[in-house]
Design a protein around this ligand. Sequence first.
Ligand code: BGC
Length: 365
Amino acid sequence: MKKLIIVGVAIAASAALALSGCSSRTDSTGASSGAAGFAADATVGVALPAKTSENWVLAGGLFSDGLAKAGFKANVQYAAATGTVADQQNQITSMVTNGAKVIIIGAQDGGQLSAQVKAAHDAGAVVIAYDRLILNTANLDYYLAFDNFKVGVLQGQALLDGMKAKYPTNKTYNIELFSGSPDDNNAGVFFNGAMSVLQPKIDDGTLKVVSGQTAVAQTATQGWLAQNAQSRMDTLLAGNYASADLNGVLSPNDTLGRAIITSVKAAGKPLPIVTGQDSEVESVKSIMAGEQYSTIYKDTRALVAQAIVMVQDLQKGKKPEINDTKSYNNGSKIVDTYLLPPVLVTKANAAQSYANNPALLALTK
Ligand code: BGC
């Protein structure tokens, strides 16, 4: 017993040494950043992906304002709409060269940033994956996101609940499944969360995926682009629903949900239950109008605020708070993670869910 405790202390001591080693790195100007972590007016880089949904648009402004208010120099960049991977890689590289002390990354392609993350780490910067995990690198320091698996669980349950309410006499339901972009780690996590609810109902015959397309690769929407979801829905309808009714569609986010609704309307079919995510303005309107069934509220203000708290802790030489040390294995290690809770929103609870957000609340009146 005694021996064990001593071993524990030795590990703690060496961890403390390793930590203090990190916080007294020398920056690119040759000045030591000292035990305090780094200068209170240091540069913080924020590399965001292409603006494929409203949350990303909001995040850029919130990071610029919030970091400036906290006394940091903010360098916020978005990947371009095309050529996005190389664009983001270059942006991160120049943040490293310019001496950013923390680099916050919303990955365009989570599998293609390990070289840039290593360069950042080697230069003494702390790297935080924001919203989307970065894969196959031990140099990633933290991950901050909403609970992505829970998002999927809520979507799957909403699909079931919505269909039960809309088709009270049905014993079985015809559905189709959509997932997000394969280069975004979240896409698979959302899908797995949803399938943890839906697969047992597919197995017991309650749900029928009429197209037979249930593998994540078959359901993928490259680039999270609306046009890709819309044309897949067009094809699914033409090939499988000439006579069958479509009761529900699992959509991983609002942009794609609206594209699916557009496709169903164009085919002259009655609207099925369609899920979503992000609480985008047009989707909240659609929910209030009785078209889209559900969305997920992931308050971007809260996620950005948490990221800035992490930066402030790091600046003081403190380890940022984490609340999950098991869920996110990025292929090289289990990443220290902080997860925020997502909220399911339907017409019934929209006003209550958006009570803290005047812009969204106004849409529910
Ligand atoms: C985000 C979603 C968003 C999607 C498309 C995901 O990584 O978590 O909120 O809908 O990207 O932009």
